[in-house]
Ligand binder design. Structure first.
Ligand SMILES: NC(=O)c1ccc[n+]([C@@H]2O[C@H](COP(=O)([O-])OP(=O)(O)OC[C@H]3O[C@@H](n4cnc5c(N)ncnc54)[C@H](O)[C@@H]3O)[C@@H](O)[C@H]2O)c1
Length: 253
C-alpha cells in the first residue's frame, strides 16, 4: 500500500513550482490532493497533468489575500471531506518588490505581503481545524532561509510565518495537530530562475556548503513527505532548514 493512500492533502500555491512538486509527491504516494492557487488556468493544467498520472485531485482557484475566498474554500472543503491529513501553506509572494524592498513600501503593501505570506496560513488553519483535528493532522508552512535574515519585506513576512508556526503548534496541540515550517534555501523553479537570473542563481549556489548542486522542488517535496510520514511524526513546533547549509552564510534577504 502506498504510504499516503488514505490521506487527503491540501497544497496552496500548487499551480507550479514547489507547490506542484509537493502535490505530485503526495499524489504519487497515493494521497487525494486538493490544489489551491489564484491562477485558475495554470491550476487546471496542473490538475489535468496529475490526473493523467493516475492521481485523484481537485482544483480550487482562490485568492488567499481575500478572507471571504478563504472562508468559502474551507467551507466547500468541509462539506466534501471529513478529514484533512496535511495542509501545506506554500502559496506566497516571493519575487519582485516584496523581495527587493524594505523602506518606502507603505502600509498597504506591507499589509498585502503579510496577508498572503503569513496571515492566510493562519486563516486556513483556523477554518480547517475540525478536519485537521479528525485526522490528527499536520500543517506545513513554506518559510524561507530569508526568514533568518529579514532585511526585506519578504524576509519579515517569512519570519512572521515562523512565529505563526510556533503559535499554531501551541494553539492546536490540544487537537493533536502538529505545525512545522520548512525553510528552503535556493530552489530552482521557473519563478526563482525567472526572477533572479542564471548568474545570481549560480552565485547563491556557490555560497552553499554541501551538496554543491542546485536545490530542486523535489528536495522540498521530500521534506514534506518525511514530516507527514510515521518516521517524521515526532517533529513539531520548529523550522526545518532544507538549504544545503546556506542559511546565515551571507544571504542578505
Ligand atoms: N524557490 C525558492 O528558491 C524558494 C525558497 C524559499 C522559499 N520559497 C517559497 O516557496 C513558495 C513557492 O515558491 P516558488 O519558487 O514555487 O514560486 P511560485 O511563484 O512558482 O509559487 C507561488 C505560487 O503561489 C501562488 N500565489 C501567490 N499569491 C497567491 C494568492 N494570493 N492566492 C493564491 N495563490 C497565490 C502563485 O500563483 C504561485 O503559483 C513561496 O511561498 C516561496 O516564498 C521558495
Amino acid at each position: 500500500m502506498a504510504r499516503f493512500e488514505d490521506s487527503t492533502v491540501m497544497v496552496t500555491g500548487a499551480a507550479g513550482g514547489l507547490g506542484l512538486a509537493i502535490a505530485t509527491a503526495f499524489a504519487v504516494e497515493g494521497a487525494h490532493v486538493v490544489l489551491v492557487d489564484r491562477d485558475a488556468g495554470r491550476l487546471e493544467e496542473a490538475a489535468q497533468a496529475l490526473r493523467a498520472q493516475g492521481a485523484t485531485c481537485e482544483a480550487h482557484p482562490a485568492d488567499l489575500g481575500d478572507e471571504a475566498a478563504i472562508v468559502q474554500l474551507c467551507a466547500a472543503f468541509c462539506d466534501a471531506h471529513e478529514r484533512l491529513d496535511v495542509l501545506v501553506n506554500n502559496a506566497g509572494l516571493a519575487y519582485g518588490e516584496v523581495a527587493n524592498g524594505f523602506f518606502g513600501l507603505g502600509l498597504a503593501k506591507w499589509q498585502h505581503f503579510l496577508a498572503i505570506n503569513a496571515i492566510a496560513p493562519l486563516l486556513l488553519a483556523e477554518h480547517l481545524r475540525a478536519p485537521l483535528a479528525r485526522a490528527g493532522g499536520l500543517i506545513v508552512n513554506q518559510s524561507s532561509m530569508a526568514s533568518h535574515v529579514p532585511g526585506t519585506a519578504y524576509g519579515v513576512t517569512k519570519a512572521t510565518l515562523n512565529a505563526m508556526t510556533f503559535g499554531l503548534a501551541s494553539q492546536l496541540a490540544g487537537d493533536g495537530i502538529r505545525c512545522v515550517a520548512i525553510a528552503p534555501g535556493l530552489m530552482e523553479t521557473q519563478a526563482s530562475l525567472g526572477a533572479l537570473g542564471e548568474d545570481t542563481m549560480r552565485g547563491l549556489t556557490e555560497m552553499q556548503l554541501a551538496p554543491a548542486r542546485r536545490g530542486t522542488p523535489e528536495d522540498i517535496a521530500n521534506a514534506c513527505l518525511f514530516l507527514a510520514s510515521k518516521e517524521g511524526s515526532f517533529i513539531n513546533n520548529t523550522v526545518l532548514p532544507v538549504d544545503a547549509g546556506n542559511r546565515l552564510r551571507g544571504y542578505r534577504g
